[in-house]
Design a protein around this ligand. Structure first.
Ligand code: SF4
Length: 378
């Protein structure tokens, strides 16, 4: 049989940032071998950035847990699912809801997050959330990419053109159509600044927002969009909303992870300090799809028992007492909600290793063993 007879091409969504570009994944013999842009996708119109084109590097063949693992004095041993689930259940039952913490991820699908949130509610766990940098949860209408492209004036906070190139493309197209672009950030220069009509070096976002002069304010009244991918404090979101409301401009918050906006519907959006406090305040922590040891390791020292559910071996997995092997985004179906609020389907492209299960399935199995009802079970 010729190689191309075994080749499949599957349309999916790039998981590398919150823009939500369409991407075609090339599968030969249940292995991902490459990508190419999804030509008719309305967000990226046949383009993907380098990070997107390389997204298959996120799928690990080796550096991932392939069985449930239990850490005994620093050495991980393979456990059967039955034994691992029994251990989870016996441990979690020995804590009150106040001593239990649950951390999800903006990289998980809406469906996985929904069941995790139901699980937390069924147990009465209030110390729960996911890392959303300094963005608060919001549920407002935001600008579309077509709005960005048709703006007359664009005010940018952060290096948006560099960090989200397929939003950057729309900003550059708007500028080619005559839009004026002003950007602000704390660095001496940024890629976005180099592609703007004016770059303002700022000391802090709050100070910049408090001192927007009448000239910029007037420009914001003329078919304008404010785009921002960072905040120093959660309250700055409201400041930007107020400026937009006063001037009649639109706003586009550019979130970090592919489903940060979706995750806000299911779990509290926490910043680094809030995540650290959550971890510090509990004895039993269940982490699904995130790697908080990367940004809050200090707070792990008070934990009695750490369970991590992951598709890769990361810093948090290495600290864990129990590890559940989970499918990654190409091994399941579901949806991501991108930063402009569009919910898009991802496709199962390859099969996961035999003992690796989807997050929803693992959570359902735990719930079943504990004897709690979550509604939709897989
Ligand atoms: S802009 Fe973001 S979603 Fe689009 S291809 Fe690049 S990394 Fe992927």
């Amino acid at each position: 049989m010729k190689v191309h007879d075994k080749m499949k091409v599957v349309h999916s969504i790039c998981p590398q940032c919150s823009v939500g570009c369409g991407i075609n994944l090339i599968n030969i013999d249940n292995r991902l071998v490459g990508t190419y842009p999804y030509k008719r996708h309305p967000i990226n119109e046949g383009k993907n950035c380098k990070k997107g084109r390389d997204c298959i590097e996120l799928v690990f063949e080796e550096n991932r847990p392939k069985n449930p693992l239990v850490n005994k004095n620093g050495t991980f041993s393979d456990y059967s699912w039955e034994e691992a689930l029994d251990l989870f259940v016996s441990k979690i039952k020995s804590y009150t809801p106040q001593d239990i913490g649950i951390i999800g991820s903006g990289n998980s699908t809406n469906e996985d997050l929904e069941i995790l949130s139901k699980f937390a509610d069924a147990l009465g766990v209030e110390k729960k959330g996911f890392y959303a940098e300094n963005f608060p949860a919001f549920n407002i209408e935001t600008a579309t990419l077509d709005d960005v492209q048709s703006s007359n004036f664009i005010l940018i906070v952060g290096d948006v053109i560099k960090e989200s190139p397929l939003i950057g493309r729309r900003i550059i197209l708007a500028r080619e159509n005559g839009a004026e672009v002003v950007s602000a950030d704390s660095a001496d220069k940024t890629f976005t600044g180099l592609n703007s009509d004016k770059y303002i070096k700022i000391r802090s976002i709050g100070e910049f927002l408090d001192n927007i002069g009448p000239e910029v304010h007037n420009k914001l009244k003329d078919s304008a969009t404010i785009i921002f991918n960072k905040l120093d404090l959660k309250e700055e979101f409201e400041k930007i909303q107020n400026i937009a409301e006063d001037s009649g401009s639109k706003i586009l918050p550019v979130l970090k992870q592919c489903n940060t906006r979706g995750a806000m519907r299911f779990l509290p959006a926490l910043n680094q300090e809030e995540i650290s406090r959550l971890i510090n305040d509990v004895k039993f922590l269940y982490v699904v799809g995130d790697n908080p040891a990367l940004y809050a390791e200090e707070s792990f020292k008070n934990l009695d028992f750490l369970v991590t559910q992951s598709s890769s071996i990361n810093e948090t997995v290495l600290l864990s007492d129990l590890v559940f092997p989970a499918s990654c985004w190409v091994e399941k179906t579901g949806t991501f909600t991108n930063t402009t609020g569009d919910m898009q389907k991802i496709s199962k492209t390859i099969s996961a290793p035999a003992e690796v299960l989807e997050d929803q399935r693992i959570i359902s199995k735990i719930a079943e063993k504990i004897g709690i009802e979550l509604g939709d079970k897989k």
